[in-house]
Design a protein around this ligand. Structure first.
Ligand code: ZN
Length: 139
């Protein structure tokens, strides 16, 4: 596996309204996109930090995995996952599977910003929930 860069870092938050101004100040930049990902029952907000983005995730339903994460974290948000940019996501998933890494997503699915994404299970990745993403819009 040879990711080109860290595409984004996912941070679970209890409120986008409260956390967006904080991260705008911290990073000296404006949030450039807010998007609801119905699939994952989250609302996301993005800020740029160089080539890497910060993805803030607010649950839109108690059944969201982000809601479960916040509950486990004593009602607080926190760092949730790291996402690597790859080309040929399907090939990488195959490779990860062959290497004995447990996959959460057996096949790529659609994430925020029109990216193809797939998660690897933290039990196989040193406790860090890991996302692979591919930007198929990029030529
Ligand atoms: Zn993500």
């Amino acid at each position: 596996m040879q990711p080109s860069h860290i595409e984004h870092i996912g941070i679970a938050v209890t409120s986008l309204d409260e956390s967006i101004p904080f991260f705008e100040k911290l990073l000296g930049t404006k949030c450039y996109a807010i998007e609801e990902v119905a699939d994952q029952k989250v609302k996301t907000a993005f800020l740029r930090c160089g080539q890497t983005k910060i993805e803030l995730l607010e649950p839109t339903s108690p059944e969201s995995t982000i809601a479960a994460f916040i509950e486990k974290n004593n009602g607080k948000g926190g760092m949730h996952h790291i996402a690597f940019a790859v080309e040929n996501l399907e090939g990488h998933l195959e490779e990860a599977k062959e290497a004995g890494i447990r996959l959460i997503d057996q096949a790529p699915r659609k994430g925020a910003e029109g990216l193809s994404i797939a998660f690897l299970h933290p039990k196989s990745t040193c406790g860090v929930l890991t996302e692979l993403c591919e930007d198929k819009n990029k030529c």
